[in-house]
Design a protein around this ligand. Structure first.
Ligand code: XIL
Length: 302
């Protein structure tokens, strides 16, 4: 196979990218996207601030452009993200507990209803745990007003809203075995034991010199898979360049392929020039859409 998407398909996986609606009109961007990738994740367009800027008023224009584009190319779509403390409009944070619970469920139903049957996996809850060794939940309007149970409630609402979508919990700094990933692991184990609907765990995998590809990445993915959920690499980017960056990308692909329930990988952007790491070069295509050594490494590892 000579593209990322077709090579991954040969391994029974998808290979996706984050996409920004405002770049779809750029010919080289769209050509690279359409040629190489089999799944897309809207980078910002499905977030709460974009889709429900005021209570009960939904706006799907930018997200629809991405979904329409993906469907016209036969690509799958990951939904990102329903309940998250960031890119959250201020009206949500000013609600009391009872209204907040209703608003959370209305938001899930609004998004998942609009895209019902069109999303292969949804990040239902994103980044609900703190960094560091405590294993505690992160402060957010949801956590602070509804308590730990908001996550379970979000997943139950999501299952009813679109039974065909895989429901994921997604986070960062959970890629290796550490206190934060242990806390997520305990939550998933509890959900599985009590029948709370969860199908997958997303590992963002934003790597750099402070947060390198963990040596126990495969082992960590495997222990989650052994709980009976799929695992997905959801926002992959790796700082660096040349052969060192290529070697790191190889490690990630090999880790996923070694875990049968690792169903796919998504890089967090098509080209270095539009990466959220504005001064960095963490992706597979450079600013001129040329294939980097990291691209060659991924293709040959697949
Ligand atoms: C980032 C986007 O890439 C940026 O464009 C935006 O300004 C901020 O959010 N974790 C996530 C993603 O789950 O939604 C974030 O995306 C990156 C970190």
């Amino acid at each position: 196979a000579d593209t990322l998407g077709s090579a991954a398909a040969g391994q029974g996986r998808y290979f996706g990218t984050a996409v920004a609606a405002n770049h779809l009109g750029e010919a080289d961007y769209a050509a690279t996207l359409d040629r190489e990738f089999s799944s897309v994740t809207p980078e910002n367009e499905m977030k709460w601030d974009a889709t429900e800027p005021s209570r009960g008023t939904f706006s799907f224009g930018s997200a629809d452009r991405i979904v329409d584009h993906a469907q016209s190319q036969g690509m799958d779509v990951r939904g990102h993200t329903l309940v998250w403390h960031s890119q959250l409009p201020s009206w949500v944070g000013s609600l009391g507990a009872s209204d907040l619970r209703t608003a959370m469920n209305d938001h899930i139903n609004g998004l998942m209803g609009h895209y019902k049957g069109e999303i292969h996996s949804w990040d239902v809850v994103n980044e609900a745990f703190q960094d560091g060794g405590s294993g505690a939940r992160r402060s957010s309007p949801f956590q602070d007003k509804l308590g730990n149970g908001f996550i379970e409630e979000a997943f139950r609402t999501a299952r009813a809203a679109d039974p065909a979508a895989k429901l994921c919990y997604n986070d960062y700094n959970t890629d290796g075995v550490n206190a934060k990933s242990n806390a997520v692991y305990d939550m998933v184990k509890d959900f599985k034991s009590r029948g709370v609907p969860i199908d997958c765990v997303g590992f963002q995998s934003h790597f750099n010199s402070n947060s390198p590809v963990p040596s126990d990445y495969r082992q960590n993915l495997q222990r989650f898979a052994d709980l009976g959920v799929d695992v997905q690499i959801t926002e992959l980017d790796i700082e660096g360049s040349g052969s060192a960056q290529a070697a790191d990308y190889t490690k990630v692909v090999e880790a996923c392929l070694a875990v049968s329930r690792c169903t796919g990988m998504t890089v967090w952007g098509v080209t270095d020039k539009y990466s959220w790491r504005s001064s960095g070069t963490p992706l597979l295509f450079d600013g001129n859409y040329s294939e980097k050594p990291a691209y060659d490494a991924v293709l040959s590892a697949l």
